[in-house]
Design a protein around this ligand. Sequence first.
Ligand code: GLP
Length: 246
Amino acid sequence: MNNLRILKGSNYQEMSQKAADVIQAQLTVKPESVLGLATGSSPVGLYDCLVKAYENGKADFSKVKSVNLDEYQGLSPDNEQSYRYFMQKHLFSRVNINIANTNVPNGLAKDPQAECARYDSIIKNLGGADLQLIGIGHNGHIGFNEPGSEFPVGTHLVSLAKETIEANKRFFKTIDDVPKAAFSMGIGAIMSAAAVLLVASGKEKAAILKEAFFGPVTPKTPASILQFHRNVILAADADALSQFPV
Ligand code: GLP
């Protein structure tokens, strides 16, 4: 694949710094960038690096607009497990971004269909992301686009896969507390971003990363669609890349 650039870090910290450098460069080149943002444990380190860059005067978020990938249905912004809360905690409250310019699906929306349409129009009005940050689930999901029989194009309400509920239970008191559904940006929005930055670390991501980039392009492995994206940057540590053919 000649559209894939790999930034390899020897460990999580190094991977995080390399990924943060990409975002920092994006902000330098275009201070009014639209950033697609992600949650999960993979981007926490890179958000810390971005906060440091901001504190050292090397990153300015004042003109940035952001659009997050996803949100659990039923969780309010002040619920510690909600993705809005996550973003406030790890990034938004620590840099000079204007909160009014940040977008996360509304987990409490009464009318899910209207919420999906609202979110799609936000993405459209922003002109799509200049740089879309994503992680990857153990089953190959990106955002909350779970394995299925087709690639969902627009924002949609997803019933979370069993393995996703299982993987994410570590953030909740019990598995029953994990929401069973979430709003997710569609594959269409991810693919229309000018560049995609995927972060992955750890041995447990090695098999799915190989499958995503070297296996068949199929909605059974949602991340495999990235093989068709013109500009993908993969920031990963040595463990996550351990099954990559060299
Ligand atoms: C969650 C999120 C994804 C994330 C994935 C991997 O379910 N919805 O956006 O990429 O899990 O998370 P982690 O980085 O913690 O492995």
